[in-house]
Design a protein. Structure first.
Length: 624
């Protein structure tokens, strides 16, 4: 299914032509009827001889309402550009044609309307050649030109035939399984509730689907679906649709919302890198820091522009920019955008999103970012995959480029060929660049080595700390460690990671401190110090205390009391024997057995409980 739109200057007969084609008056607002002028989008549809239906979006021609034109053109595949025979090409003919071109709308028919008013063939030919000339160099170049009269019906059949062949031409496979409905209208129908309309893109939606409303990410449920006034179970992309939603209030919906299936992946962004073209005709120069209005699909966003390459982009030039939106938006790679300024209110350019989830640009990264974006410029799927992996390093297969206009199958096919070519690797659920794998493994070894250097008395680094520092997904981190262990590069003990063969090295002073500490514990086995006291006493060699704890030569209770390992093992052994013989052990028993005061018995019980030797029962301990 496809939807087409009208375009053209005010009063050139767009709405009249839609009515002549479809018998539906697209001007639905009372204000529009009174003023005889379209203010907001109108919708109609017609049947083709093939039986297929074509949706038509009618746009306003008045220069004040250009901001309503762009949402209407979002998602349409073809356009009828109207030029009144008596007026010829006018300012909004120009502006609309530019928008059509910037949005990359595939196909166009030019209709010269009101031919009933002009009987001068020479004049008509002049109008025609003017149009032909003006469309040169745009996507609209070479579009068929049909003479019509919406008033007396002349040429309407020919126009219908031309629309039918446009539909044939653009009929593309626009179902990539990633449905999104940019909302252009929200209203309430008595008895049914909230209804939203829009041109459905990229995938089908069905009755019963759970959806998210972006950018707010609110949940809703599709209660019923209508396509050209007919109820249906499922609607195909390209179609004008009306969805009746439950679970959401009208106030939470607005033009600019996007309805998508409930997904786990990224949904919105406010920092976008794009390629933009500045229109030659406006005399406008896009400067760094400029505040502009950006239109994407049916949304309008205040936005600040950061230029990457040069100080300014002049009319007729293009360049990479970063767009910082004033609010979150649902954006995908390849999405078209229009740029307008507020005063004077005119269209100054447009572009295409190359990275919807960009990091705030730092000047020192500009050059690398430009090179990276340049590789994406043509939006080829292979280049997108490679650049995406370069940026994110490790990506879960099912999430790769989920915010693009490529289907999962297409991406999978190209990934498979990249794996075959040895450029992309895969482990677990993840994909990565083959060259990245060894680099990251080296980085991991360097990280451990750095830890050895900074804390030579420590056993190494814990896996948790290493993973956080290196920033790898857990699954990949574990696979990488496993590989390093197998290769004999890393030694793993519990959660501790060390380079193979690493032994903590003590200086002479540290060795002396170690000896003093251990003899202190040997001298007072059952009235040992707390870690605080010990740290105070050995303040110059605090790390030796941690080294002894790491090594297991000292044991620390949760209260901070330290015991020598041998003493603790002796207590453990004797308490176990005592329990076997007596069934329970009390604080008094601990005093009798080891001369431990209450201050020490309670921490010892804590340690024994933790080691699953004992278990608390009232005031006594029993065997665990
Ligand atoms: N004589 C003649 N008048 C026409 C024709 N088509 C439209 N008109 C008249 O032109 C005026 C404007 O027509 P609309 O269809 O409202 O024009 P529009 O392009 O939709 O105008 P906006 O939506 O405001 O941009 C109306 O008075 C129409 O009756 C035509 O083919 N011949
Ligand atoms: Mg109109």
């Amino acid at each position: 299914m496809i939807t087409i739109g009208t375009a053209g200057h005010i009063d050139h007969g767009k709405s009249s032509l839609v009515k002549a084609l479809t018998s539906i008056d697209p001007d639905r607002l009372p204000e529009e009827k009174v003023r005889g002028m379209t203010v907001d989008l109108g919708f109609a549809w017609m049947d083709l001889p093939s039986g297929e239906k074509v949706g038509i979006v009618d746009v306003p021609g008045h220069e004040h309402f250009v901001r309503n034109v762009i949402p209407g053109m979002s998602g349409i595949d073809g356009v009828i550009l109207l030029v009144a025979a008596d007026d010829g090409w006018m300012p909004q003919t120009e502006e609309h044609a530019q928008i059509v071109n910037l949005l990359g709308i595939k196909d166009c028919i030019v209709a010269i309307n009101k031919i009933d008013l002009v009987h001068d063939e020479e004049w008509l030919q002049l109008v025609e050649s003017d149009i032909t000339e003006r469309l040169k160099g745009t996507l609209l170049e070479g579009a068929p030109i049909i003479r019509v009269s919406a008033r007396d019906g002349a040429g309407i059949d020919e126009l219908k035939r031309e629309i039918a062949s446009l539909v044939e031409r653009v009929k593309a496979d626009n179902d990539i399984g990633r449905p999104r409905l940019p909302v252009d209208r929200v209203f309430i129908i008595k008895g049914s509730g909230v209804v939203v309309t829009g041109t459905l893109l990229y995938g089908a939606l069905s009755v019963g689907d759970d959806v998210s409303i972006l950018p707010e990410n609110l949940p809703a449920h599709i209660r019923s679906v209508e396509c050209y006034k007919e109820m249906s179970q499922k609607v195909e992309p390209g179609c004008r649709v009306a969805l009746n939603l439950s679970g959401i209030k009208k106030e939470d919906l607005h033009r600019g919302c996007v309805i998508v299936p409930v997904l786990a992946s990224k949904k919105t962004s406010s920092v976008i890198n794009a390629m933009v073209n500045v229109l030659p005709s406006t005399g406008f120069v896009l400067k760094n820091g400029e505040e502009v209005l950006v239109y994407m699909e049916t949304g309008e966003y205040m936005c600040r522009v950061a230029l990457m390459e040069k100080k300014a982009i002049k009319g007729g030039e293009q360049g990479f920019v970063q767009l910082r939106l004033g609010q979150e938006a649902s954006v995908y790679i390849g999405q078209r955008l229009i740029i307008r300024r507020q005063s004077p209110a005119d269209t100054i350019g447009g572009g295409v999103v190359l990275d919807p989830y960009a990091a705030i640009l730092k000047q020192r990264d500009a050059e690398a970012t430009i090179t990276w974006l340049a590789r994406r410029k043509d939006l080829g799927v292979e280049a997108l995959i490679l650049t995406e992996l370069e940026k994110l390093h490790f990506i879960e297969r099912k999430g790769l480029l989920s915010y693009s206009a490529y289907s999962q199958e297409r991406i999978d096919t190209v990934v498979a060929s990249l794996i075959e070519k040895g450029r992309v690797g895969t482990k677990g659920e993840y994909l990565f660049l083959v060259k990245d794998w060894e680099i990251r493994k080296d980085e991991l070894c360097q990280l451990i080595s750095l830890e050895h250097k900074e804390n030579p008395l420590k056993r190494g680094i814990t896996g948790t700390a290493a993973q956080a520092k290196i920033g790898l997904p857990r699954e990949i981190f574990l696979i990488m460690i496993e590989e390093l262990v197998t290769e004999g590069k890393v030694n793993r003990e519990g959660d501790w990671l060390a380079l193979q063969g690493y032994e903590p090295v003590l200086s002479t002073a540290q060795e002396a401190a170690e000896e003093q500490i251990l003899s202190l514990f040997a001298a007072n086995p059952f009235s040992p110090p707390t870690i605080k006291e010990l740290s105070k006493e050995f303040s110059k060699n605090e790390d030796v205390i941690y080294y002894l704890l790491d090594k297991g030569a000292l044991v620390q209770s949760s209260e901070g009391i330290l015991f020598g390992r041998e003493t603790y093992n002796k207590i453990k052994k004797e308490v176990t024997a005592f329990l076997v013989a007596n069934g329970k052990v009390t604080i008094q028993d601990m005093n009798k057995l080891f001369g431990l005061t209450r201050k020490y018995s309670i921490p010892v019980f804590g340690l024994l409980d933790k080691d699953k030797v004992t278990r608390r029962e009232g005031d006594v301990r029993i065997l665990a």
